[in-house]
Design a protein around this ligand. Sequence first.
Ligand code: SAH
Length: 444
Amino acid sequence: MKNDHIIGVCTDLTSEGKGVIKLFNETIFVDALLLGEKAEVEIDYRSHGVAYAHIVNLIEKSPSRIEPLCPISTSCGGCSFQNTTYEYELAFKKKKVEDALHRIGHINHEVNDVIGMDNPYNYRNKIQVPFQRNGKDIIYGFYKAKTHKIIPIKECSIEDKRAASILSTIKDLMMSMHIEPYNEDNRSGVIRHVLIRTSYHYDEIMVVLVTNCDSFPSRNNFVKALSEKHSEITTVVQNINTRDTNVILGEKEKVLYGKGFIKDSILGINFNISSRSFFQVNPVQVERLYSKTFELAHLTKDDNLLDAYSGVGTIGMIASMWVKSVTCVELEKSAHRNAIRNAKENGITNISLINADCSEYLVNTDEKFDVVIMDAPRKGSTKEFLDALTTNSPSRIIYISCNPATLARDLTFLMDDYSIETIQPLDMFPRSFHVETIVSLARK
Ligand code: SAH
């Protein structure tokens, strides 16, 4: 029954970090319950043989429990580990990788400790927040999980520290200049979202105003006041999204101030980032991710490298210095176009940038690759790609994955021809339940 109260001990965690209580006849997933903790919980609902519950009384508390830095951590849905020490979170992430590899791939190879951050806060270089009217006030913040109700917040503990005061100024200017936030119900108003991208290595910040209309009163004064108050803002872009959709960005854009993009770098290579560019959101960990990848790839000047699922070509471009040639394959047109511009701006000439589906490309190509770095999306790769990969027969494969379950499934296709050398998880998104894994494989 709903509203049942049960007392139990948390003996396991789900892949999303929820506590698991196992009773003789039922499994209960409990929000925010830590391993080893004993609690009285209340059942919220049951689905597919599992009960979902929340804590009503914490009877025995884990030493790993801490006070969340963020006041809305339980309702926003972005973070799962605000209430634990970072060590607890990293241990969970290692076990999550081990469990998926054992359970799905029957792989028992040793998994290294997760490469974490020194400070697991304030890392995100991209933040997007919706604005709404709330009576006399304008609010901005995050949507309550699975709703369109905004929970107002002044500061998010994982975002770059420079974003908070810019958002607060934007709200003040909207109030004083009578610029209305968007109203979803009658589709009136101007500002839907504000997106802020900060450069880690350069003093550059981009503000994107996502609006429900082409132009709006006081636009020039608004941008002037904003950029005068925050000299750290180097560009302001208006993105126009008039559609009735949850997709944040529209197609049309106007540069209102500055160049329309910011520059950042990864391991010494510069990249221009526009509002829509895909760019890794953790600038500290991306350098560690790539460094580890290159260390495990043992690249040499004789190598023909394939960078599959290449995004804006960051991996291929950095690796181009150490190899004979590199081919980047990416499906998204906009990321591919970005890659072309980035390669040109960095003067990289030993690179081929291909806009295609990776599986189709690898099945049909005549190129032979010595090393393949593949950074598959969450749903993983395909059987076609993995079969073509074994046929192509590179001496080394580095598989970077953000989803241990699809990683485990995909590795099983390679196990006849390749042996695993290293499994290295890395924490790209501290305080969330996500974990990145790098697996290096050598041809048998
Ligand atoms: N390696 C990049 C991007 C990784 S994200 C980086 O480190 O930044 C995964 C990328 O795979 C995305 O850019 C996505 O557009 C691309 N992608 C997804 N499915 C694909 C497919 N079937 N073929 C080629 N690229 C694909």
